[in-house]
Design a protein around this ligand. Structure first.
Ligand code: NAD
Length: 288
């Protein structure tokens, strides 16, 4: 059984990003900058935001986290995002999810200007992705594609099943697998006989957000299994949507939690940020 650990892949991407950040800073006389918006005091969100900031600084970028209390109005946050959109010193913006219920996702998706949308959630990016056009790719699915590529898991012609259809993970994941010539089965909470569909998969991606949903009976022998879920157990350990110990007996390759998809997501976020910075500065030079 092959353990699909992120460490070597994530590290390779971080080295490459650091090199590009260094070149960028030399060439344009400033560091690329990532601005993160955090609303409320959700503990997990605070930790994720802190990690993003620390990694950005480690790779030579500038970083700021702009925090708002839970009582803030959506209009106030939108105004702040608009200021960041217009700030020439800001290259990447992201709004940490989950947001309080009064924020309507269908509105928020449009707030960050596409050129600074390093999470790649803007409908323009989603549309480009689904049409198979070059675009910014959402960090988690793009990180999973890098993980599969690094471990030489072939995708072309394989049956891939994605459990989950969120706009952030499941949908873009299916689009990327389709673009890579897999035959894709997309499942969700209303899917009937999930197990029978999952068992057809050569590559099973589990992003349901349900701890321990997938056991060994969901797995085609020899399949590759990617666990996107993150949950904290009552004793403080991290666990995923997949029952690792038993699934590892049937699968030929499996990603662990922690140490699998999570670090890949972070690395791709950094890569999207330097990419956004390079595109904007080159466009500015071209116009000058
Ligand atoms: P979400 O709640 O927005 O979407 C979950 C999807 O799973 C939905 O489409 C739903 O229809 C489907 N689903 C739920 N229960 C199901 C069931 N019993 N059978 C089949 N489908 C079911 O969640 P999300 O934002 O897509 O995240 C999914 C999980 O991945 C969460 O645990 C989240 O914390 C984790 N996550 C991890 C990373 C990372 O970097 N590792 C990044 C994003 C999300």
């Amino acid at each position: 059984m092959l353990l699909l650990t992120a460490k070597p892949v994530a590290e390779k991407i971080r080295v490459e990003v650091k090199r590009r950040v260094h070149l960028f800073s030399q060439q344009f006389g400033r560091r690329p900058k990532l601005s993160v918006i955090l609303v409320g005091d959700d503990n997990a969100s605070q930790i994720y935001t802190q990690r993003k900031g620390e990694l950005a600084l480690q790779l030579g970028m500038d970083h700021e986290t702009i925090t708002f209390p839970k009582s803030v109005t959506p209009a106030e946050v939108r105004n702040r995002v608009q200021k960041l959109n217009q700030d020439p010193g800001v290259d990447g913006i992201l709004i940490q999810r989950p947001l309080p219920k009064k924020f309507l996702e269908g509105d928020v998706l449009f707030w960050i200007s596409p050129e600074k949308d390093v999470d790649a959630f803007h409908p323009q990016h989603a549309g480009e992705l689904h049409l198979g056009l070059p675009t910014f790719e959402p960090c988690t699915p793009a990180g999973i594609m890098e993980l599969l590529s690094h471990y030489q898991i072939s995708i072309q012609g394989k049956v891939a099943c994605v459990i989950g259809r969120s706009p952030i993970v499941g949908q873009p994941m299916a689009a990327l697998l389709l673009k890579a010539d897999a035959t894709v089965i997309q499942c969700h909470s209303k899917t009937q006989d999930l197990k029978a569909l999952a068992r057809q998969a050569d590559i099973l991606i589990v992003a349901a957000g349900k701890a321990g949903l997938v056991d060994a009976t969901y797995i085609k022998p020899g399949a590759t299994v990617i666990d996107v879920g993150i949950h904290r157990t009552s004793d403080g350990k991290l666990t995923g949507d997949v029952l690792f110990e038993e699934v590892a007996q049937v699968a030929s390759a499996i990603s662990p939690v922690p140490g699998g998809v999570g670090p890949m997501t972070l690395s791709i976020l950094m890569r999207n940020t330097i990419h956004a910075a390079e595109i904007r500065e080159r466009a500015r030079q071209h116009l000058a």
